[in-house]
Design a protein around this ligand. Structure first.
Ligand SMILES: NC(=O)c1ccc[n+]([C@@H]2O[C@H](COP(=O)([O-])OP(=O)(O)OC[C@H]3O[C@@H](n4cnc5c(N)ncnc54)[C@H](OP(=O)(O)O)[C@@H]3O)[C@@H](O)[C@H]2O)c1
Length: 240
């Protein structure tokens, strides 16, 4: 029997990168996966469904939750993965930069939590996984806006952990180090001094494996925080 047979999983930011790898890994283990993003396209062969949603828009997140619960039921698993990245020093970071990082990396997760966790609490079960970053617990140069948003996400996670303790709902923060996705395209880490080259980064499938591990633990096991990174010499030194 596959490990997530018939479980309903929502994965945000599943149109590419880490979210796409997570959605695929969950589907391969038998989950019914709803892939959410602004540009997600339908796949042939369908264990997965797709919902177009801009997670920075509260009304769209509320509509997402209503349509998912009406069409499929209360999710067994939510992976709040959608995010954005920025590398800028303080002097170059505008207030708008900060606001847009907060909107997708923090506020969107807050909206997704508000949209799904109350029903999961009523059901007395489920797993809610947030994708953080090494930048949710370590400061790096040029990470002003990104780190502020990811540290905020960890604060949200740790608070929800306490609010949902004993409810039957498990919450996990998965914090990966640098991972080779298109998120890095504008920043060209291979040519940027002090950054891990893309070939030395985690692969999206590594993060998906971590999520699958968390999601497939027996109901009495709770992993509150899982951190992973590449093993390269410089792996503990730089960004993601
Ligand atoms: N790559 C890394 O080195 C790394 C390291 C640590 C943590 N992370 C975290 O891992 C997560 C995924 O990153 P990634 O590397 O896979 O990035 P990515 O390849 O750029 O993918 C980002 C995903 O988020 C979605 N998204 C962005 N804005 C959205 C919005 N307003 N509404 C709905 N969906 C939105 C994108 O879909 P659409 O554009 O189609 O909407 C896309 O599916 C992020 O939270 C990131 O911070 C990444």
């Amino acid at each position: 029997m596959s490990r997530l047979h018939n479980q309903l999983a929502i994965v945000t930011g599943a149109s590419r990168g880490i979210g796409a790898a997570i959605a695929e890994a969950l589907a391969q283990e038998g989950a019914r996966v709803v892939r959410v993003a602004r540009t997600v396209t339908q796949r042939a062969g369908g264990v997965a469904s797709e919902v177009i949603c801009d997670l920075t828009e509260p009304d769209q997140v509320a509509t997402l939750a209503t349509s998912v619960t009406t069409d499929f039921g209360v999710p067994d698993l939510v992976v709040s993965n959608a995010g954005g990245f920025l590398l800028k020093r303080l002097e170059d970071t505008t207030a708008e930069d900060l606001e847009s990082q907060l909107a997708i990396n923090l506020r969107a997760s807050f909206l997704v939590a508000k949209a799904f966790l109350p029903a999961m609490r009523r059901a007395g079960r489920g797993t809610f996984i947030s994708i953080g970053s090494v930048a949710d617990h370590r400061g790096f140069p040029e990470n002003v806006a990104y780190a502020a948003s990811k540290y905020g996400l960890r604060g949200l996670h740790e608070t929800l952990l306490e609010e949902f303790r004993g409810s039957g709902v498990r919450l996990t923060l998965v914090s990966p180090g640098p991972t080779d996705t298109s998120m890095w395209d504008p920043f060209d880490p291979d040519r940027r001094q002090g950054f891990i080259p893309r070939a030395g980064m985690l692969r999206p499938s590594d993060v998906a494996d971590a999520v699958l591990f968390v999601a497939s633990r027996p109901a009495h096991v709770h992993i509150d925080w899982l951190r992973l990174g590449p093993t390269g010499k410089a792996a503990t030194d730089k960004h993601g």
